[in-house]
Ligand binder design. Sequence first.
Ligand SMILES: [Cu+2]
Length: 145
Amino acid sequence: MILRTAISLLPLGFVVAAHAMSMPGDLDTGMKHATAHHAFVAELEPPANPAAINQMHSWRVRVTSPDGQPLHQARITVDGGMPQHGHGLPTHPKATRELEDGTYLLEGMKFSMTGWWEIKLAIEAGGVGDTVTFNTVVDPQASVR
Ligand SMILES: [Cu+2]
């Protein structure tokens, strides 16, 4: 009872910060998501071999309309970071070109630490913009490869 009272008296900011420190047990690491406002569907494709820590690597993302039509000439910007640590990506990855069929190359990806990373894409095409967030967990094994 005393503990519960003490927690209720903590400033809200502290509680929010403490909450952000833990990785959700049900973290969705799915690589295919509808964007936040359902304008597009994005499927992220990691490199075939998981990249080692601090190695540059390229990812791909395929973007379609909700009914599966490839989205051409989209402008995609990449952001992200580690929610538990409050820092962003160590690099500024870019969608450098459209490969085929609504698939875009994301170059300059790098993870500087193991753990939970968010990859956030802002997608714009035909005057419509939307965002999507992916979660990925960089395995401690990756650092010893
Ligand atoms: Cu970190």
